[in-house]
Design a protein around this ligand. Structure first.
Ligand code: APR
Length: 281
């Protein structure tokens, strides 16, 4: 482990455009449950996962009922508003402050990267404290709409003050398309990066799990061009793909990642930052 932590620190220092991809695993040490880990929500309640696959259809077929139910049901992740970032979130925020990490693309809706002080975060599956218009993609803080009052007055679903479109929570349900602005920016980052640090995700949910493959593809394209004598495309960079996760994932098994540092993100990431600091001295 020590050796791979040193290697990761060297790779980060040598990178010119590093980004991070994160999943529920980086927030478990803050008290947010994950989904498919040993204590994951879906692992413990497979029926809940089956129900979650029907949620977006319900929103599309009857947005009023969808909201009625949403405002009465307990939240899937529990009350995460009070939860605080852990050493893993702060380590990534520190790498951003050092100018090494350019962006975090997260699947997490818990807002903990922002709470840790990271500025450039793309919330691929939305934010639990925001609302979004499904027509114009406008985002609102949840408290910009008095949802309880709208319910009382029988005025659900809420409508967008910008375009009159339907408002839903910003979180992205299964089978719901990723908002186009976030999908586009994330693809750009995956194409631009020369290092991808993947933290705390089982990497089985698409299209997010495609991003490391998009980054990897650049390597294959470069090798193909070299072998076929085709002129190299200038901006094709070899991307180093590093996983930090409690267990191996399909990215490990398919060798999409160059190496896996198997451990807790809240323990491994701060160690990587310490080594980066030593190297930059
Ligand atoms: N440190 C490192 N790895 C961890 C830690 C930790 N502290 N805690 C859990 N893990 C690992 C788990 O072993 C698992 O491999 O993190 C991974 C979390 O995977 P998932 O639970 O599948 O979470 P994620 O990949 O983010 O899920 C993707 O699926 O359910 C949907 O929309 C939801 O955004 C979510 C998406």
């Amino acid at each position: 482990m020590k050796e791979s932590i040193l290697t990761a620190a060297k790779d980060l220092v040598n990178s010119s455009y590093a980004i991070a991809l994160t999943g529920a695993g980086i927030s478990t040490e803050s008290g947010v449950p994950d989904f498919r880990g040993p204590n994951g929500i879906w692992t413990k309640d497979p029926e809940a996962e089956r129900r979650a696959y029907r949620t977006f259809d319900k929103f599309l077929s009857n947005p009023k009922d969808y909201w009625e139910e949403r405002l009465t049901q307990p939240a899937l992740l529990g009350d995460i508003q009070k939860l605080m970032p852990n050493a893993g979130h702060y380590a990534l925020a520190e790498l951003e402050k050092m100018g090494i990490l350019k962006c975090i693309i997260t699947q997490n809706v818990d807002n903990l990267h922002a709470k840790a002080g990271t500025n450039n975060v793309l919330e691929y599956h939305g934010n639990a404290f925001k609302l979004r218009c499904v027509s114009c993609n406008a985002r609102y803080n949840s408290d910009e709409y008095d949802l309880a009052k709208l319910k009382e007055e029988g005025k659900l679903p809420p409508l967008c003050v910008n375009c009159g479109g339907l408002i839903k929570p910003d979180i992205v349900h299964f089978k719901e398309p990723i908002p186009s602005d976030i999908a586009h920016q994330s693809l750009e980052e995956a194409r631009k990066c020369d290092l991808m640090l993947i933290c705390g995700t089982s990497a089985v949910v698409y299209p997010f799990a495609q991003l490391p493959r998009t980054a990897k593809l650049k390597i294959i394209e470069k090798e193909t061009r070299i072998d076929s004598g085709l002129p190299l495309v200038e901006d094709v960079r070899v991307t180093v793909i590093i996983e930090v996760n409690a267990e191996a994932t399909p990215l490990t098994d398919e060798q999409i990642s160059d190496y896996l540092i198997q451990g807790k993100t809240g323990e491994v990431l701060p160690q990587i930052v310490e080594e980066v600091k030593k190297l930059r001295k």
